[in-house]
Design a protein around this ligand. Structure first.
Ligand code: SF4
Length: 336
């Protein structure tokens, strides 16, 4: 069945099929990546993003190396196998060296009997030169998430400033692959003017670029952006995308995005039932979480990290899913 037909299949049929594909291709285990947003300083002005450079209502922050390494150690102690370090996009030499340093130190400090190779480190720090990607890879990061957001050129140009180009974004994904990363990308679902055909094309793009992991969720507007007056993407279409990607790509990793929880209180759990196998519990310190609002209504803002994890783990287990504590949970697609 082609990808467009998948998106048009009855949702319950799609859920059953995608879960069966996931079970066979990657198993039923769920892996944690602690999501640490270490800085909201960004040089870009994407039209949908709450931390865009020109949003003067945002208080800018950057965590110190010590804060980052302490949180990483906490994650390792709690049995999270991996950490996702995310920030706004910057290219300065200082920033590149800072990220290199925190990756290297985090690796060193989290080696233990349970984690003999330390935490698995994923980065999501935007478009960078191939040299920078290599520097960070050599420091110990081995996965990188760079979302394409949409592969429709017209739509891409509508939601980004003219300084951001679809060609450049694609070239970065190729660079990441060549450097040796497990490469993640994803799209926003339900963008104004986006069609089912566009989403089907996005899935074809994931296949063509041999993507190892997907992180995607519904488009949700933010009040301080030029796209503030649009409607959010739906939970139904978001879940259908998760299922269609699982069926089309089989053995990749798929994250149950936090944004799903913003439009449905159990959106992430639903995504697990539709074929997702990765959860990213937020471990950003409570005092700065409110400054990392990519969209309005972001969940977990006031939850303490330990409480979040407890309730999340209970919810996952109640679905009959095992959690891969102290495991990296690498994409099987990448290993093949
Ligand atoms: S989407 Fe990323 S690059 Fe664009 S403004 Fe937001 S943080 Fe910056």
């Amino acid at each position: 069945m082609d990808t467009l037909s998948l998106l048009r299949t009855d949702i319950e049929k799609l859920r059953k099929k995608s879960y069966a594909v996931m079970k066979k291709a990657v198993g039923e285990k769920v892996y944690y990546r602690g999501l640490l947003e270490f800085s909201n300083i960004c040089r870009r002005d994407c039209n949908y993003c709450g931390i865009r450079k020109s949003n003067s209502n945002v208080k800018r922050f950057e965590l110190s190396k010590e804060e980052i390494v302490n949180i990483a150690s906490w994650c390792a102690g709690e049995g999270y196998g991996s950490l996702m370090l995310q920030s706004g996009e910057r290219e300065s030499r200082d920033f590149v060296s800072f990220v290199e340093d925190i990756v290297r130190t985090t690796k060193e400090k989290t080696v233990s009997e349970k984690l003999p190779r330390g935490l698995g480190i994923s980065l999501s720090c935007g478009e960078q030169s191939k040299e920078t990607y290599r520097t960070w890879f050599n420091a110990g990061a081995h996965r990188y998430l760079l979302r394409i957001e949409t592969t429709n050129p017209e739509l891409f140009n509508k939601i980004h400033p003219s300084s951001v180009s679809l060609q450049k974004r694609k070239a970065c994904l190729v660079d990441l692959k060549e450097v040796g990363y497990q490469v993640g990308t994803g799209v926003m679902i339900g963008l104004p003017g986006q069609s089912e055909e566009d989403l089907a094309e996005d899935i074809e793009f994931f296949k063509e670029y041999d993507i190892d992991m997907i992180g995607m969720g519904p488009y949700i507007p933010h009040k301080d952006t030029p796209m503030r007056d649009n409607r959010s993407g739906s939970i139904e279409l978001s879940l259908k995308m998760v299922a269609a990607v699982r069926i089309a790509m089989k053995n990749i990793n798929i994250a149950a995005a936090t944004a799903l929880q913003a439009i449905d209180p159990i959106g992430r759990e639903k995504a697990l039932a539709f074929g997702a196998n990765i959860i990213m519990p937020l471990v950003t310190p409570a005092e700065v979480r409110k400054h990392y609002q990519l969209y309005d209504g972001r969940p977990c803002i006031n939850e303490q990290t330990a409480d979040s994890k407890l309730s999340l783990s209970e919810r996952i287990r109640s679905m009959g899913r095992e959690i891969g504590f102290n495991e990296w949970g690498d994409s099987r697609h990448w290993r093949c």
